[in-house]
Design a protein around this ligand. Structure first.
Ligand code: ADP
Length: 479
């Protein structure tokens, strides 16, 4: 098995200190790869390469930058099956989901190839006759991007594409458990012919690499997706050199099913938003509020849908729910289920780890539905990041909005109702960056994605993401 390398300054390199890291399939426990495992010293090499490449890349025309991004789009699409298989292999998600993710990543490269050409400035009427006010937008500089394991290709694309489109150069540090798809993506970046140093890949020790990013004066921006804990560390660290930051952090998404909802559509939406990626995405439904009048009917329908979903190795095409990422994730999910049970919750479906037969070597938890849930249970207080759905009831709109907002998080929320006035009222009242109305699948390339409160700062997606990588410069022109 070849050892996967890092990519910097246009070259494939081993770790400075020669360390390596093994990658396992979470569905089977099989060893599936080995990669270079660097640290801050490797990050410094990558930063230097990115800084060297910045003057050339930032002064290239937008059309030229777009040309490389378009080529990358074509390559990612052409290799979609291979990339999707790698994602499923190292992260566990079903192939269907992995393919959707890879096509989403390709779409980002396409979108930002176009967006590169629309970095418009402005002229503003001056209050002084012999002066002119010009506003330019220029790339912020070297960007450090840090990504998690749950969307190992698209989280990268969502940062790298707008960064490169705006004229920044980039160093990517992907998650330890999913380096294989990142390496493959960088092989395609190399094939697309980007000039050396424009996009760099560093793998290895998160804290040491993070420190190198934070301490470098050359890094002008950190783009991060991951836990709120690490996001806060990076935010604090970025203060040292007043770097720009954008953070996509944890969520604790509420979903509200009103009595006037189309229950079948709500079941489909809740299933999608809860069990996709086995509940391991930050926009996953984490608390479900169902109006008391429709609670029993809704839970019955949802139970039937969940019972019909096949759990297993994501590479099996019939599988809808894959494994969790590792043992620590299983322990957390089981702790949440056990805590809820001990405080009086009823297990309507699932509730246990799957350990027999095909599940024996993987990290599987049965998709779980809990009722009789109370606010004092861990499932209502922390992000579970697993296939566990706690169901609470409510009786009126104001009460449920208050409960839904009662969290430090503010990423995504979902409501199901057929009443347009209610939909608008509640969408406005929810303190969340994304609200799905009769929609459980809210991510699109061109739409702004990001959170309020402790869920983050800044937005990815669409033209909004470009602002995160551009400085505004005011030129005062005396005539
Ligand atoms: P999770 O618990 O979901 O893995 P993390 O926030 O720990 O979320 O990880 C998200 C990304 O942040 C990963 O690439 C991880 O390696 C990286 N990371 C973890 N700790 C640090 C740190 N101290 N500095 C920089 N990056 C970090």
């Amino acid at each position: 098995m070849d050892v996967g390398k890092m990519y910097m300054g246009g070259e494939w390199v081993e770790a400075v200190h020669g360390d390596t890291w093994k990658v396992y399939n979470p569905a089977t426990g099989d060893l599936v790869g080995e990669v270079a495992f660097g640290d801050g010293d490797d990050a410094k090499r990558a930063i230097d390469a990115a800084a060297q490449a910045f003057p050339g890349w930032s002064s290239a025309t937008a059309r030229e930058r777009a040309k490389y991004l378009l080529k990358l789009h074509d390559l990612v699409r052409a290799h979609r099956d291979e990339l999707a298989e790698l994602v499923s292999l190292e992260m566990g998600k079903p192939l269907r989901e992995a393919k959707g993710e890879v096509l989403g990543a390709a779409d980002n490269f396409l979108w930002y190839a176009e967006e590169a050409k629309r970095v418009y400035g402005e002229t503003i009427p001056s209050s002084v006759p012999n002066k002119r006010i010009l506003v330019m937008r220029q790339p912020v500089g070297v960007v450090a991007a840090i990504t998690p394991w749950n969307f190992p290709v698209n989280m990268v694309a969502r940062k790298v594409a707008p960064a490169l489109a705006s004229g920044c150069t980039v160093i990517l540090k992907p998650a330890e458990s999913t380096p294989l798809s990142a390496i493959r993506l960088f092989e395609l970046i190399a094939e697309a012919g980007f000039p050396p140093g424009v996009a760099n890949l560093v793998l290895g020790k998160p804290d040491s690499i993070g420190e190198a990013f934070i301490n470098s004066e050359k890094v002008r921006k950190i783009a991060f997706t991951g836990s709120t804990r690490v996001g806060k560390l990076l935010m604090e660290g970025a203060a040292k050199t007043v770097k720009r930051i954008s953070l996509e952090l944890g969520g604790h998404a509420p979903t509200v099913v009103f009595a006037d909802a189309d229950l079948d559509a709500a079941v489909a939406g809740v299933f999608e938003s809860k069990y996709r990626a086995s509940g391991q995405q930050c926009i996953c439904t984490n608390r479900l509020f169902v109006h008391e009048d429709v609670h029993d009917a809704f839970v019955e329908k949802l139970k039937a849908r969940v019972a019909a979903a096949k759990v297993g190795d994501g590479r099996d095409k019939s599988v809808e729910i894959g494994p969790l990422v590792n043992e620590r994730a299983v322990e957390k999910v089981m702790r949440h289920i056990d805590d809820a049970r001990s405080k009086g919750a009823s297990v309507v479906h699932g509730g246990s780890r799957l350990t027999e037969g095909e599940y024996a070597k993987g990290f599987f938890v049965a998709p779980t539905i809990l009722t009789n849930v109370q606010a004092n249970m861990l499932v209502c207080q922390e992000e579970t990041f697993g296939p566990v759905l706690p169901v609470l009831t409510f009786s009126d709109e104001e009460e449920v909005v208050r409960m839904a907002n009662d969290t430090p998080y503010g990423l995504a929320a979902y409501i199901f109702t057929q009443n347009l006035s209610r939909a608008m009222r509640v969408a406005e009242a929810l303190e969340y960056g994304i609200v799905g109305v009769n929609d459980g699948e809210v991510t699109q390339t061109q739409a702004p994605f990001g959170g309020m409160k402790e869920s983050g700062i800044g937005r990815e997606g669409g033209h909004y993401a470009m602002d995160e990588f551009l400085e505004v410069k005011f030129v005062s022109l005396g005539l």
